[in-house]
Structure formats: structure tokens, C-alpha cells
Design a protein around this ligand. Sequence first.
Ligand SMILES: Nc1nc2c(ncn2[C@@H]2O[C@H](COP(=O)(O)OP(=O)(O)OP(=O)(O)O)[C@@H](O)[C@H]2O)c(=O)[nH]1
Ligand SMILES: Nc1nc2c(ncn2[C@@H]2O[C@H](COP(=O)(O)OP(=O)(O)OP(=O)(O)O)[C@@H](O)[C@H]2O)c(=O)[nH]1
Length: 439
Amino acid sequence: MAKPIVAIIGRPNVGKSTLFNKLAGRRIAIVEDTPGVTRDRLYCEVEWLNHKFTLIDTGGIEMETEDVILKQMRRQAEIAIETADVILFMVDGKTGITADDYEVANMLRRTHKPIVLAVNKIDNIEMEANKYDFYNLGLGEPITISAALGLGLGDMLDEIVKHFKTVSDDEEESPEIKVAIIGRPNAGKSTLLNRIVGEERSIVSDIPGTTRDAIDSYVEIGEDKFLFIDTAGIRRKSKVKEEVEKYSVLRTIAAIERADVCLVMIDAQEGVTEQDERIAGYAHEAGKGVIIVVNKWDVIEKDDKTMNEFTKNIRNDLAFLDYAPIIFISAKTGQRVNKMIELIKYVANQHAIRIKTGVLNEVISEAVMMKQPPIEKGKPLKIYYVTQASTKPPTFVFFVNDPEVVHFSYERYLENQLRQHFGLQGTPIRFIYRSKQED
Ligand SMILES: Nc1nc2c(ncn2[C@@H]2O[C@H](COP(=O)(O)OP(=O)(O)OP(=O)(O)O)[C@@H](O)[C@H]2O)c(=O)[nH]1
Ligand SMILES: Nc1nc2c(ncn2[C@@H]2O[C@H](COP(=O)(O)OP(=O)(O)OP(=O)(O)O)[C@@H](O)[C@H]2O)c(=O)[nH]1
């Protein structure tokens, strides 16, 4: 099930960062151990009761004059409308409603997306009454919070997660493989999509005055159904370079969250760049199936060694994606595009694989017999039992004597053993350790 996306929008200074920091559990922006990925506050994972969702921040660029703020907020709202399942509209309960708040509320009211209106900076009971003004926005009941003091956040989260159920029900019924084509501008994403979809591509634009840049395309190829999520072309005119980049990143993250398989598209003429590393890092972090697609292979002068050299360099630059297959294509000529489609099917299957507990334990016991765990902190690791807890990505729970004594290199060894036996190409896998005494 795709994790829902909640987008937070609001004027500068209403307290978005403060709320972010309060809610962020794991993955604020990106964990540091993925190389090439910088830490910036763009998104975080939030867990509330039994729900997990991704909170994205659509704002945060410094603006000076009043009308620029409004322009900026309109953009935020557009992005939120495009990418989010639920929109969290944050206003300042201390300053009261502003004209910009009205403008944005008008835009939001026209969408079918659920909106949660949070009135921030209500630090004490006496200030509660400030909320009545905000009914005028016509977005329903305002929820008062104090991000700084952590007040009212539970009620706000309850309201947010209330809107999830219908979203995930829809998604679960769809049988198609969801594929996100991600990569730097100019890598050839649109060209590839057009090659696959051809004339049938349907352009959906449900927001007046804006073009939807992320367009879903349903494609049936033989018996198989695919949904391609395109992230190409951030074509909004903006003079602020960081702004354009930030939007393109947010859209990429939203596309990745919805996908089963991500095609990380590399321009063969450019090789792997830092931006490629970062984009690939998002897909890896999100636990999605990944295929590295080297495009524009037609323009590369090649001999019998070229492909090996490229492979070596990519493995080196994107070491954390060692499980991802690499394919060399030309979106322009169509070279290996059919093969790539087959690969997508294969990786989607691997990503959704379920391994029976019996076989799983046989493989792990054999692995342990072949190579005993090293002694950590004076204590040998004992693995009692392994079971696959979930899929997409395959997640294995190890019941052990002490989770603290699992060594990174031994985990690597076990992962390799599982990969040797079960394939698992193109999918990250996750290990969770439980102390047996706990249960
Ligand atoms: N009194 C009070 N102040 C708050 C609260 N939440 C945030 N603030 C203050 O409001 C100011 C702005 O907070 P930020 O979290 O940086 O606001 P922001 O919306 O992220 O701002 P941008 O990054 O410009 O978009 C800071 O001085 C915070 O300390 C709150 O619940 N109560
Ligand atoms: N030679 C060659 N050129 C290609 C190939 N794929 C794309 N191109 C060219 O590369 C340029 C960029 O392609 P697009 O498909 O627009 O790239 P994009 O990734 O969608 O770019 P954005 O919309 O900016 O994100 C165009 O001029 C394409 O014709 C290819 O396989 N071979």
C-alpha cells in the first residue's frame, strides 16, 4: 500500500519548521548514510497510531515583498494539490487571517482533496477564541495547535489520518504495476514515456490555469497493466533556481512514494551526477524496486568494453544500489525498451515476493552453519527464527538473543545469502531484529 502524502502549506513564519521538527520520527529529509544526499527539510516520515505517512513541506523559500509571498503560496498550493492525499493548511493564530490566507483558501476549496486547517501559536486556553475568525476561510472546523509547545497535535493528527482510509482502499484494488520515471532534467524521461505510451497518453488537467506536470499514464502491454508516473518537465517559469529544483524534488518524492518500481534514468552522455545520486537515494530510502536505466545509448561511441566500463562506474557511484539491475537503452530509437518493460515486471515481482517461513529458516540456518556470527560485545549472536513480516520491500524479522550484538558485516552476509537463494533483484530488503525474550 502506498504511503499517503500530506503536504503542509502556509505563509512564511507560521511555524512549519517547528511543526516538522515536532512530528518528524524517522527520515527527516534523508538519513546521512546514503551518499550524495544532503540533509534538508523537505519531507519526513510521521507515524501516528497505526498510520504512517510522508509529510512534505512545500514552502520555505525566503521571499521579501508581500505579493511575492502570495505568488509563492499559490505555487505551494498547486504543488500540494497535485501531489498530496491530504493538505495541511497552517495559519497563524496570533496574527489572525491575512489576505493571502483568503486567496489560498479559495484555491484549496476548489479541489477535491481533503484539507485540514491548523491554527498555530495557540499556546494557552485564553487564545482558543482566536480560532473563530478562521471559520471565515470556509474550510470547515479550524484545529488549534501550538507547534512550539506540542499542544493539540494529537487532535490534528487524528483529523489527518481520518482521511487516509478511502485513499488506500482505492489503491489496493488496482492491479497495475506502478512505475515512476525519475531523473535529472533532460535525461529523456518524457521521450521514454512517449515511446512507451505513444499516442494514447492522456493529459489530465484538473486545476484551472495550471498544467499538471506529473501525469499518470495507464498502459496495457499484452496481459500486463502499468501505471507510469511521469515527473518530467518542471516548466513553471521561475527565476529562482532553488525554487524550481525544490519543486522538482518534491514531485519526484511524491512520485516515488506512489510507485512500486522506480526507473532511475541516467544520461549516458553525462554519467552519474550528484543529482542522480540524490534522486536514486530517495528511491532506495523509500524501499522501492529500482532499475538503473542508462539512456541515450545511441549517441555513445562503443566497443566491446564500453558497457562494462559504464557498469563499473555506476556500481561505484551508486554503491548503495548494488541490488538494482542496469539496462542500457535509447528512448529515441527504442533500443531495449521492450526488454526494459520485461525487467520492470520482473523487479515488481521480486519487490512483492513472499518467501515461506520454512524455506527461509532453512536458508538462514545453513548460512549460519557455514559462517558463524562474530562475537560482539563478548556475546555470540543467536538467531532462533526468521519470518517475512511484510512485502514491498521484503522485510524480515529475526528473533535473536540480543539485537544489540548483530554486526553490520554479518547482516550484509545474511543479505547476500538471501539474495543468492531467492534472487530479490532490484529490490531493497529490510531486516528487523527482535529479542526473543520480548515475546
Ligand atoms: N508562540 C508560538 N510561536 C511559535 C509556535 N510555532 C512556531 N513559533 C514561532 O514562529 C516563528 C516561525 O516558525 P518557523 O517554524 O520557522 O516557521 P516556518 O513556517 O517554518 O517559516 P518558513 O521557514 O519561513 O516557511 C519562530 O520564531 C517560532 O519559534 C507556537 O506554537 N507558538
Ligand atoms: N540521442 C538521444 N537523445 C535523446 C534520447 N532520449 C531523449 N533524448 C533527447 O534528450 C532531450 C531531453 O529529453 P526529454 O525526454 O525532454 O527529457 P526529460 O527527462 O523529460 O527532461 P525534463 O522534462 O526537463 O525533465 C531531448 O532533446 C530528447 O530528444 C535518446 O535515447 N537518445
